[in-house]
Design a protein around this ligand. Structure first.
Ligand code: DQQ
Length: 546
């Protein structure tokens, strides 16, 4: 149908048809990237969950393979749910741990091995009956909330560990399991981490980041030179939150930095303040970096998804590292994405006066990569920041819009805009003055993104933790791909992914503008917008990587 093709992504990962959700078991093994994903082979809605599988040498072009895990055993007959891959260094062999749901809808963790290690694609996986399930919900664990094992890491005592999401007495936490041989597992006395207050933790992720530099590290690494990241996906808000801290090997626990300050899980930092969930990272040993994948759900209706015949995408793989300030992560689309850049439109040194609007012509604005840097000559007119009212950035973004003037900003980009601007998505910044510092707010406002009925049209908001007084500049990069608007503010310190379905796209083209609706003149230091080529993603082909 028309609707299916205009909203279908060109350079974001999705299979040819049907429903997908969480990224599973991403890994780099013998020169090949593997991505598995929660997949319904029968329909564009959640159900019949299997592990879809694709391989790549650049994480941009993907070859589709047979389903890697199907519900075939009593322990996974109701679905092969999320999990992770671990490469066992002594055997140089990958293994998968995943959640199986059985007939009673009880969850347990299972192990799967590649059937044939000499197959470079690792197409077939076996689930040995003599081991499975390898972790069952015993004792106080709610068997309906016990899932999503992480990649394993090895402690200096030679024992493997994995964490997984569980609910005990109604409270979500990351449980810890230990094993000498990776197939026989025992629950540790204490959870890896269990703050009070939040519900079930889905898809936990646990990994080290270097205190300095962008280099990624192997999941088992622990030293004075790293911090650890613990990520959990909170179902009630459909959001991925992370904590920074340290992994205390003796206690076998994750100890959060600034524990007191960040007790309220609603204010834990997020990888992405938009539509981004159940993410998972892996260490890319080829390029020594840590890569993060996340699922972006549709924001249209179920009947729309059924009509389209597909639902769900993976966001562009992001490199992730610790910010110089040691307080937050930074994410940036992998370098390989730039291989898709084609014709470029470029501006530099342009003044945007109060109310200024710059029409950026010459780019295919529904399939592009745009990167802009704004300079702020003065912060004097920054509006006051009421710290009591302003705890939740999303609420702040909901209160205004891209045309409500308030001191410095809003300024930013209007993307996926129709000719007469009755449909548009605004991604912008606003700067406030708090009693001791300036606060930068970033919004992605989808309320005007479409005139079509029955769509979810949210506003996303997050603070950008940069020293704007010192920097006097802020960047915004946005990847537009038909129904995707994936934005990186402050060089990747605050990210927001939105899904949009403008009606005009069925018949006409999209426009791109830069704007400034604040009362102060600002400057565009430079703006680059590239048309993006369409890679080969999961299109059947006879070509082989090796
Ligand atoms: N999706 C999987 C679960 C996981 C949830 C089922 C998160 O394993 O907890 O498809 O989106």
């Amino acid at each position: 149908t028309i609707v299916s093709s205009v909203y279908r992504t060109s350079y974001h990962f999705q299979p040819p048809h049907n429903w997908i959700n969480d990224p599973n078991g991403p890994m780099y093994y013998k020169g090949i990237y593997h991505l598995f994903y929660q997949y319904n082979p029968k329909a564009a809605v959640w159900g019949n969950i299997t592990w879809g599988h694709s391989v790549s040498t650049d994480m941009i072009n993907w070859i589709p393979l047979d389903i890697a895990l199907n519900p075939t055993k009593p322990f996974d007959i109701d679905g092969c749910w999320s999990g992770s891959a671990t490469i066992l260094p002594s055997l140089n062999k990958p293994v998968i741990l995943y959640t199986g749901s059985n007939q009673e809808k009880h969850q347990a963790q299972n192990i799967a091995f590649p059937k044939n290690l000499s197959d470079p694609y690792l197409i077939e996986w076996i689930k040995p009956d003599e081991y499975n399930p390898v972790m069952s919900a015993t004792g106080d664990i709610n068997p309906a909330q016990f899932r999503d094992p992480t990649t394993g890491w090895m402690g200096s005592d030679g024992y493997w560990r994995v964490a997984l999401g569980a609910e005990i007495g109604g409270v979500g936490m990351a449980l810890l399991y230990k094993s000498k041989d990776f197939v026989r597992w025992e629950r540790a006395d204490k959870p890896l981490h269990s703050p009070r207050g939040s519900g079930m933790w889905e898809c936990p992720d646990f990994y080290p980041v270097a205190l300095e530099g962008k280099r990624g590290m192997e999941t088992s690494l622990n030293s004075e030179d790293v911090k650890h990241v613990l990520k959990m996906s909170l179902g009630e808000t459909h959001s991925d939150h992370y904590l920074l801290g340290r992994y205390d090997e003796e206690k076998d626990m994750f100890i959060q930095d600034n524990e007191e300050k960040e007790k309220n899980y609603r204010f834990w930092r997020r990888y992405d303040y938009g539509n981004f969930y159940a993410s998972k990272s892996f260490f890319d040993a080829g390029k020594e970096r840590r890569i993060l994948w996340g699922w972006s759900n549709e924001s249209d209706s179920k009947p729309d998804d059924i009509a389209k015949g597909w639902a769900g995408i993976q966001t562009i793989p992001r490199m992730v590292w610790l910010d110089e300030n040691g307080k937050q992560l930074v994410q940036w689309p992998i370098k390989e994405l730039e291989s898709l850049r084609r014709k470029r439109v470029h501006f530099h040194d342009i003044e945007l006066k109060a109310g200024g609007l710059l029409n950026i012509k010459g780019v295919k604005a529904s399939q592009m990569d745009v990167d802009v840097e704004f300079e702020l000559p003065s912060l004097e007119k920054a509006g006051p920041f009421d710290s009591l009212l302003a705890l939740d950035p999303q609420v702040l973004c909901e209160k205004g819009n891209f045309s409500t003037q308030s001191g410095i900003g809003p300024f930013g980009l209007l993307v996926m805009t129709s000719l007469n601007k009755d449909e548009l998505t605004a991604i912008y910044f606003k700067i406030f003055e708090a009693y001791d510092r300036h606060v930068v707010l970033m919004c992605s406002d989808q309320r005007r993104s479409s005139l079509r009925p029955e769509l979810y049209l949210p506003v996303y908001g997050g603070f950008v933790d940069i020293d704007i007084e010192k920097e006097r500049r802020i960047s915004l990069r946005t990847l537009v791909d038909h129904s995707v608007v994936e934005s990186f503010g402050g060089e990747g310190r605050t990210c927001m992914t939105a899904r949009v379905y403008p009606a005009f796209l069925v018949t006409s083209k999209a426009y791109l503008h830069a704007f400034n609706n604040g009362s102060e003149t600002i400057r565009i230091l430079h703006l680059n917008a590239w048309n993006m080529a369409k890679p080969s993603i999961n299109v059947a082909q006879d070509q082989f990587l090796i």
